[in-house]
Design a protein around this ligand. Structure first.
Ligand code: MG
Ligand code: MG
Length: 255
């Protein structure tokens, strides 16, 4: 599996997939409140995908049972939607992936449930900031390490942990294409960034350590120390001016 550079038509198809992913996030964000289950969030995605004649990137992927991933508090990624009831003060990371016309879009956002602690609110701001900084670093002519290093530096300067065992990825006709996009690294190393390279950039930050473990359900990844985790992700295309975001949120984010 080599590095897959997309042409203009392919990028427009990915933008269509990205736009649907953004719409699903907008609908899910409006529904998030204390008392709502993560299965209800999954149903919103299922209905929106069906309306658009699209399919989930995640449903059935190595047997994953949800249309989205929903990861609460110390859960970092790959949480399975289900009967868990969201509580005031929780944070919930929602990962949405859609296949439209043969191409994937992939974006994650961590949402507050009602009023959250200053610690949680700060984590959300920092993780979104790390994503924006990394997207800006995805400049054609640089190395992939520039993106990875942007996350590591941004988080480190603010005192947050960076999850190292999981990261971003190339994306296109497959959800996961080369290259792997670590959230730490040397800015002068790694794959050369070329115009038309499409990447899912996805920092995962914690309020504590960087170690992770997987729960007995074999999917849900949590912080080993129980600290809070946040996950923000965009699908972007590398340009000479940085990452052009294909999963840009259209409606203003509510929080
Ligand atoms: Mg994702
Ligand atoms: Mg991804």
């Amino acid at each position: 599996m080599g590095i897959n550079i997309k042409n203009g038509r392919e990028i427009e198809r990915m933008r269509t997939a990205g736009r649907l992913v953004a719409i699903i996030h907008d609908r899910i964000e409006r529904a998030i409140a204390p008392g709502v289950t993560t299965a209800e969030l999954d149903a919103i995605a299922r209905e929106a995908l069906s309306e658009a004649d699209a399919t989930s990137s995640f449903l059935g992927y190595h047997g994953f049972p949800g249309h989205i991933c929903a990861s609460v508090n110390e859960e970092i990624v790959h949480g399975i939607p289900g009967p868990r009831v969201l509580q005031e003060g929780d944070i919930v990371s929602v990962d949405v992936g859609a296949i439209v016309d043969g191409f994937h879009g992939d974006s994650a956002w961590t949402y507050p449930v009602g009023r959250v602690s200053d610690e949680a609110a700060g984590l959300l701001v920092a993780t979104e900031g790390a994503l924006q900084t990394a997207v800006a670093a995805a400049v054609a002519g640089r190395r992939l390490g520039a993106v990875s290093n942007a996350v590591e530096r941004y988080a480190g300067e603010r005192g947050y942990g960076v999850v190292r065992e999981y990261g971003g990825h190339g994306i296109g006709r497959q959800m996961h294409e080369d290259p792997h996009v670590p959230n730490h690294g040397d800015p002068t190393r790694g794959t050369p960034l070329r115009q038309g390279l499409t990447l899912a950039i996805e920092p995962m930050l914690t309020t504590g350590g960087e170690e992770t473990r997987v729960l007995a359900d074999k999917w849900t990844v949590v912080t080993a120390d129980g600290s809070l985790a946040a996950h923000f992700e965009h699908t972007v295309v590398v340009t000479t001016e940085g990452g052009d975001v294909l999963t840009e949120r259209l409606a203003p984010v509510l929080h």
